[in-house]
Write a protein that binds this ligand. Structure first.
Ligand SMILES: NC(=O)c1ccc[n+]([C@@H]2O[C@H](COP(=O)([O-])OP(=O)(O)OC[C@H]3O[C@@H](n4cnc5c(N)ncnc54)[C@H](O)[C@@H]3O)[C@@H](O)[C@H]2O)c1
Length: 339
C-alpha cells in the first residue's frame, strides 16, 4: 500500500516527470539487470511518456521485466535474455545504456575503459544495425570515451546522426543542485547549476557563477563545492566499499534525462539541459565532444548553447578540463579504429 502510494506520488507529483503526455515511445534499457538498470527500469515504468519498455541484459533482464511489469502504469514491459539483443532493439525510439562494470574504491572512471569499451562498442553496433534511427543515451563509463566510441561505430556503419547521441551527465547536474542547496538553504529546485565539460574528475566544470545562488559562494567554500561536484561519485564508491558506484541517484538522473529527451521529441519547446554531445564549441582545439546546455527537440539535439560568461576561476577549471577531455575522446576513437 505504502509502496503503491509512493509510486503514485513519484509519477504524478515529483519533479522527475512532468504530467504532459503526448506521443508515446518505446524505450530500451541495455544493462537492465544491473545496479543502475533495475531502478532505472522501475522509474521509466512510471514515466507517462514511455509506452513500451524493452529490458535487455546478459543476465537477469526477464526477471526484472516480470517484476516491473506488475506496476500499475500503462506501459508494456518485455525482458530479453542474452541472445535476444536484436529483438530487444526492434522498433525502439530511445536506447539507454547502463551496461558495463562500475568502479571499486581507488579506481578512476578511465580504469573501466578496458572492459566497458568493448561492451559499448558491441551494443552500439547492434543499435546501428537494428534501429539506426534510435536516440542513444550512454551512461556506461568512462562517458568521455564511450560516447566517441558509439559515434565511431555508427560512423563506420554509415548511420551516425550527431543529433541522436547523448552522454548522460545529468548526475553531475543533480549533485550540483543538491550540494548548492545544502550550502545556501534554498530548495534544490531553486539552485540549478549548469555543468559543462565531460563526466569525470577535472573534466566536470560546474558554472556556479551563472547561478543566482551559486554566485554568492566564494573563497574556500567555492573550492570545496566545486571539488565535491567533481568527485561526488567517489563519496559513493567509498561508502559502498567495493559494492559499486552510484546506482540509485544515477537511475534518478538517467530517468530525468530520458524524460527531458522524450519531452523534446514530443515537440515541447524550451527543454534545455546539459549533455555530452558531438559539439563544435571546442572542435578547433581537437575536442569534438563536449557537454554544455543543449536544447532538445523533435530530432534530438536542436541547439547547442555556448558555455557563456564564466568567472576567472571557472576559466581555470575549463583550461584544466580540455586537455584531459581531448585524451579521453581520442582514446575512444582510437579503440574503434583499432578494433
Ligand atoms: N554516467 C554516470 O553518471 C554514471 C554514474 C554511475 C555509474 N555509471 C556507470 O554505469 C555503468 C553501470 O553501473 P552499475 O552500477 O549499474 O553496474 P552493474 O555491474 O551493477 O550493472 C551492469 C550491468 O550491465 C550488464 N552487462 C554487462 N555486459 C553487458 C552487455 N554486453 N550487454 C548488456 N548488459 C551487459 C551486467 O550483466 C550488469 O547487469 C558502469 O560503467 C558505471 O561506471 C555511470
Amino acid at each position: 500500500m505504502l509502496a503503491r502510494q509512493a509510486l503514485r506520488s513519484l509519477s504524478s507529483h515529483s519533479r522527475l516527470f512532468s504530467s504532459s503526455s503526448a506521443r508515446q515511445t518505446k524505450v530500451a534499457v541495455l544493462g537492465a539487470g544491473g545496479g543502475i538498470g533495475q531502478p532505472l527500469s522501475l522509474l521509466l515504468k512510471t514515466d507517462p511518456l514511455v509506452s513500451s519498455l524493452s529490458l535487455y541484459d546478459i543476465r537477469g533482464a526477464p526477471g526484472v521485466a516480470a517484476d516491473v511489469s506488475h506496476i500499475d502504469t500503462a506501459s508494456e514491459v518485455t525482458g530479453y535474455a542474452a541472445d535476444k539483443l536484436d529483438e530487444a532493439l526492434d522498433g525502439v525510439k530511445v536506447v539507454v545504456i547502463p551496461a558495463g562494470v562500475p568502479r571499486k574504491p581507488g579506481m578512476t572512471r578511465d580504469d573501466l575503459f578496458n572492459t566497458n569499451a568493448s561492451i559499448v562498442r558491441d551494443l552500439a553496433a547492434a543499435v546501428g544495425r537494428v534501429s539506426p534511427e534510435a536516440h542513444i543515451l550512454v551512461i556506461s563509463n568512462p562517458v568521455n570515451s564511450t560516447v566517441p566510441i558509439v559515434a565511431s561505430v555508427l560512423e563506420q556503419a554509415g548511420v551516425f546522426d550527431p543529433r541522436r547521441l547523448f552522454g548522460v551527465t545529468t548526475l553531475d547536474v543533480v549533485r550540483a543542485a543538491r550540494f548548492l542547496s545544502g550550502i545556501t538553504g534554498a530548495s534544490p529546485s531553486e539552485t540549478p547549476v549548469t555543468v559543462v565539460g565531460g563526466h569525470s574528475g577535472v573534466t566536470i566544470v560546474p558554472l556556479l557563477s551563472q547561478s543566482a545562488h551559486g554566485k554568492s559562494v566564494t573563497g574556500e567554500p567555492l573550492g570545496q563545492i566545486v571539488h565535491r561536484i567533481q568527485y561526488g561519485g567517489d563519496e559513493v564508491v567509498k561508502a559502498k566499499d567495493g559494492a559499486g558506484s552510484a546506482t540509485l541517484s544515477m537511475a534518478y538522473a538517467g530517468a530525468k534525462f530520458t524524460h527531458a529527451l522524450l519531452r523534446g521529441l514530443n515537440g515541447e519547446k524550451g527543454v534545455i539541459t546539459p549533455t555530452f554531445v558531438k559539439s563544435d564549441l571546442y572542435a578547433s582545439q581537437g575536442i569534438d565532444f563536449f557537454s554544455s546546455n543543449v536544447e532538445l527537440g523533435v530530432n534530438g539535439v536542436e541547439k547547442i548553447h555556448p558555455v557563456g560568461p564564466i568567472s576567472a576561476e571557472e576559466q581555470k577549471l575549463l583550461d584544466a578540463a580540455l586537455p584531459e577531455l581531448k585524451k579521453n575522446i581520442e582514446k575512444g576513437k582510437a579503440f574503434v579504429a583499432q578494433s
